[in-house]
Design a binder for this molecule. Structure first.
Ligand code: DAH
Length: 349
């Protein structure tokens, strides 16, 4: 019996030494120390032994069990440590590697133009204001001297939501909103930019586009005149589109200004010689403008006998196309990163 115990002990020690993983360690524990384990079986068989042998054998078995348990525990710790080491090794971070570059977006060309225009006008003392895109017929048309049935509405084929609400067709609506909101009827110098909507779609028109609008109103004794309008637009065009451009004021008609002008600039493609872009005229139309119509002043709470002013408006999409040489307006709205990446400005980094 004693030999058998010794044999089991040696065998198990040998097996434990040769183990390769935690799982087989558990197998060994069951094999020797489990309910049906080899050492357990000897303890069970004790009753068949002579009384004086029992304590001796019992001691031997217990000693073998202790040795085994200790070995198993040691081995278990060894395996766990090994596993941890492996994990640490695998998760090691090389802090000397250069980091991967964060991808940065860029400012959309339209927003770039809007920001530049706003900066310019703020530097001349203008406020930047905002108006709603879902607008009422009243503010989009009526208060701008375009009553229901007026032919000027035909040029702005519109998205009506109800009889009264539509997507604004022009940022001129913000002119009326600013005048009405100015309850103390103080002078106004404002610029506003934003989305406008009309039912049209081709290479140079989109159902959604952007406009910028300016309005200046002051007391009559300040003598706001066409000369002020002209000087302002000259600064605007030369700073935003091109320093060497000339302006040409062409009499035109807008219901909310009187007199009204369309403003052309030298064709930046041919420098004024005439080409396909300017249809051989040497000029490209960029702005609508004029002196604020007395009806518009009156309808929005400014007495035309006491106040006068000028207004102007233009499409930002076209300005952006001129400025960056974009050939199809739809690129501006396609959200294609190959297009947008080209407007990353390195000097901003
Ligand atoms: N709202 C006009 C349009 O969309 C542009 C315009 C013309 C705005 C003359 C003005 C202006 O402020 O005075 O065609």
């Amino acid at each position: 019996m004693k030999e058998k115990i010794e044999q089991i002990k040696q065998k198990s020690i040998e097996e434990i030494k040769n183990l390769v993983d935690l799982k087989s360690l558990e197998d060994i524990r069951i094999k020797y120390l489990g309910k049906k384990g080899e050492l357990t079986a000897i303890l069970r068989g004790m009753k068949e032994l002579a009384a004086e042998e029992r304590p001796i054998i019992g001691n031997l078995v217990n000693e073998a069990k202790e040795t085994l348990e200790k070995l198993i525990q040691e081995k278990e710790e060894e395996f766990k440590q090994e596993e941890l080491n492996k994990k640490i090794e695998a998760e090691k971070i090389d802090i000397t590697l250069p980091s991967s570059k964060l991808k940065r977006g860029s400012i959309h060309p339209l927003n770039r133009v809007i920001e530049d225009i706003e900066d310019l006008f703020v530097s001349m003392g203008y406020d930047v204001v905002e108006g709603p895109e879902l607008e009422t017929d009243e503010f989009c048309f009526e208060r701008l001297n375009i009553p229901k049935g007026h032919p000027a509405r035909d040029m702005q084929d519109s998205f009506y939501i109800t009889d009264e609400y539509l997507l604004r067709t022009q940022t001129s609506s913000v002119q009326a909103r600013t005048m009405v909101a100015n309850t103390e009827k103080r002078p106004i110098r404002m610029i506003t930019a934003g989305k406008t909507y009309r039912r049209e779609d081709d290479a140079t028109h989109s159902h959604q586009f952007n406009q910028i609008e300016g309005l200046v109103i002051d007391k009559r004794e300040r003598n706001i005149s066409l000369a002020d309008l002209k000087g302002t637009l000259e600064i605007f065009v030369r700073k935003i589109i091109g320093a060497n451009l000339d302006l040409r004021f062409r009499p035109s008609y807008f219901p909310f200004t009187e007199p009204s002008y369309e403003v052309d600039v030298t064709c930046f493609k041919c420098g004024g010689k005439g080409c396909n872009l300017c249809k051989q005229t040497g000029w490209i139309e960029v702005l609508g403008s004029g002196m604020v119509h007395p009806n518009v002043l009156k309808m929005n709470g400014y007495d035309p006998d006491q106040y006068s002013g000028f207004a102007f408006g233009t499409g930002i999409d076209r300005l952006a196309m001129f400025r960056y040489g974009i050939t199809d307006m739809r690129y501006l709205y396609a959200n294609d990163v190959r297009f947008l990446n080209q407007f990353d400005r390195k000097d901003e980094e």
